[in-house]
Ligand binder design. Structure first.
Ligand SMILES: O=C(O)c1cc(=O)[nH]c(=O)n1[C@@H]1O[C@H](COP(=O)(O)O)[C@@H](O)[C@H]1O
Length: 307
């Protein structure tokens, strides 16, 4: 999958990922109304609205991008119906040949991590049969429980040729509370980054490891340092756009081969029609607004990389 991700980035010339984080408040009235007319103002109605919204956006942007990142919390808040919409979204994006990064941020003790890994990336055994339940290509993982929480994910990834993005330095304002604490004179995120590089060494693709890292766009100085600590790890970079990360800040997250990082934008793309810049599209053409926002994001990032 890491090779597919690299190939797709080269083909699309777009080192970006569209975050499918569908809040009901982003979904245009007409999409909500159609879903509520069919299923009522119920969890099922909400899930239908999410699914129709995602499908329209994916249809509008899939040829421009290598990957999507559905964030499971946005679906899980609607219970089982929401999770069904998550599954439908994952399946649809895979049909469209997009790489799917399941933003599930899991991490637990060994046996529990193994179950999460099987459910999201692997195959679960039922009697004599096996099933891929959610079947994403990558998952985001929290490394705070240490090697025995991560190893079951790495084992499943090796079997399935799938990958991880492990939280190293997150984009949120208080990420430094723990992640920046100095241990032996170096911030905790550097220690975690060294582990990510080591975990990745025995699961390599052609040029990059299947074991990547998450480093927020909002801490560009940290990104510059961590790029060197994990030269073979792909970096998933959230925080561009809505959280304030700028393209010019992201140049050092990339390697000299032009690869090594993939920049996420969620609200900035899926709710583009709500921005003044894209107001001319109107809520009825929300998916066209998303397409234009993707084109603008690609131009912005590639422009910064070429400078
Ligand atoms: O793992 C992530 O994707 C993630 C890590 C991080 O440090 N910061 C962060 O914002 N994210 C996710 O990236 C997305 C950011 O969304 P926008 O701010 O709307 O672009 C959300 O799905 C977050 O959960």
């Amino acid at each position: 999958m890491i090779n597919k991700l690299c190939d797709k980035i080269k083909k699309t010339n777009a080192p970006i990922v569209v975050g499918l984080d569908p809040m009901l408040s982003y979904i245009p009235e007409q999409v909500q109304k159609a879903a509520f007319d069919a299923y009522g103002e119920t969890l099922e109605g909400a899930a239908e609205a999410i699914w129709q919204y995602n499908k329209a956006i994916v249809d509008a942007v899939h040829d421009l991008i290598p990957a999507v990142k559905p964030q499971i919390a946005m679906y899980e808040q609607f219970g089982i119906e929401g999770l069904k919409a998550f599954q439908k979204t994952v399946d649809y994006c895979r049909e469209k040949d997009l790489v799917v990064i399941g933003d599930v941020k899991r991490g637990d003790i060994g046996s529990t991590s193994a179950a999460y890994a099987v459910g999201h990336l692997g195959k679960v055994q039922v009697g004599s049969k096996t099933y891929s339940a959610f079947n994403e290509d990558f998952a985001t993982v929290n490394p705070y429980l240490g090697t025995d929480g991560i190893k079951p994910f790495v084992d499943v990834c090796k079997e399935e040729k799938k990958g991880l993005f492990i939280l190293v330095k997150t984009s949120n304002p208080s990420s430094g509370e723990f992640q920046d604490q100095l241990i032996d004179g170096r911030p905790l995120y550097e220690h975690v980054a060294e582990k990510v590089a080591a975990w990745g060494e025995d699961h390599m693709g052609d040029s990059y490891s299947y074991i990547g890292a998450v480093v927020g766009a909002t801490y560009p100085e940290v990104g510059k340092i961590l790029r060197k600590v994990m030269p073979k790890s792909f970096i998933l970079v959230p925080g561009y756009g809505a959280q304030g990360g700028k393209a010019s800040d992201l140049v050092h997250y990339f390697n000299e081969d032009g690869l090594g990082a993939i920049v996420n934008s969620s609200r900035g793309i899926i709710a583009a029609y709500k921005q003044e810049k894209y107001a001319q599209f109107g809520p009825e053409n929300f998916a066209d607004a998303s397409r234009q926002a993707v084109l603008d994001m690609i131009e912005d990032i590639n422009g910064a990389l070429q400078k």
